[in-house]
Design a binder for this molecule. Structure first.
Ligand code: FMN
Length: 247
């Protein structure tokens, strides 16, 4: 995961694409990487379909959309966020633009035992749209969502994680080497509760992906116990990390 760190400072949501098409070689790399994604929950089956963006309800002028289908189960949307954020970051390294598209709809919500989760648009774009460092982000400061933080370097990386409408629903409570990661419920009122609930679960997977990149890049080892996708209470425990310095 740590090889993705440099792309954390580069990626952004790309909503304007160029007319240039992906080469066959680029498309092959994009597809191949889908098979290399590290799952959060290996037991959950996840499948992908690449379709022309014009065949979806995605309003961007991207060449393609990636449709993500998953088996349902505890934290399935979080697993999807964790996996596809790796892909989002990888595509930035190829100068291919991506945007998560939560408003996406498909005609067939089910494919055998799998359920539609989300789509992401992607295609060629002007490489100058990418970021170039950690200064061009509109994000909360790490100490506003992470209590007891003992290593600012971790906060400086994870605060850059993208989320639906930039809602940043994550909270971290650290006590010594235990990090409890929560999803804060009841965020942005402008969106229908149903959609928002769903996206924030994806957001949490994106956050865990960034946390793993940060821990690995800064030389920590860790183990993780996952929590639940419950819709009860103001804060839902998504994962507990036990973190150690690598020897
Ligand atoms: C789960 C999820 C769903 C999103 N859905 C949409 C969407 O429907 N339309 C859109 O324009 N952007 C969408 N975004 C992009 C976010 O608005 C964007 O990531 C956030 O504002 C941070 O900006 P950045 O990605 O450029 O860093 C989505 C992002 C996530 C993580």
């Amino acid at each position: 995961m740590k090889e993705l760190l440099q792309n954390v400072y580069k990626r952004r949501s790309v909503r304007h694409y160029s007319d240039e098409k992906l080469t066959e070689e680029e498309l092959a790399k994009v597809e191949e990487y889908l098979h290399n994604l590290k799952p959060l929950i290996p037991e959950l089956k996840v499948e992908f379909q690449i379709v022309p963006c014009s065949e979806t309800n995605c309003k961007f002028n991207a060449e393609y959309c990636l449709l993500v289908y998953s088996e349902e189960g505890n934290l399935w949307l979080t697993n999807v966020g964790y996996m596809l954020e790796q892909w989002d970051l990888y595509l930035a390294s190829l100068n291919i633009g991506v945007c998560w598209f939560g408003m996406g709809k498909v005609e067939e919500e089910r494919q055998c035992d799998l359920v539609y989760a989300i789509m992401l648009s992607f295609g060629k774009c002007d490489p100058s749209v990418f970021r170039n460092g950690d200064y061009d982000f509109s994000r909360d400061e790490a100490d506003s969502f992470w209590s007891g933080m003992s290593d600012d370097r971790l906060g400086a990386i994870v605060r850059l994680a993208p989320s639906a409408v930039n809602s940043q629903p994550w909270r971290v409570d650290q006590v010594d080497n235990k990090f409890n990661v929560y999803r804060q419920r009841g965020g942005v009122p402008i969106l229908s509760n149903r959609l928002f609930k769903r996206w924030n679960k994806v957001d949490m997977g994106i956050f865990l992906c960034y946390l793993d990149i940060a821990l690995e890049s800064e030389g920590y080892t860790y183990s993780r116990v996952l929590g639940t996708e419950s819709d009860e209470g103001k804060r839902v425990l998504v994962a507990t990390y036990t973190v150690d310095v690598k020897h």
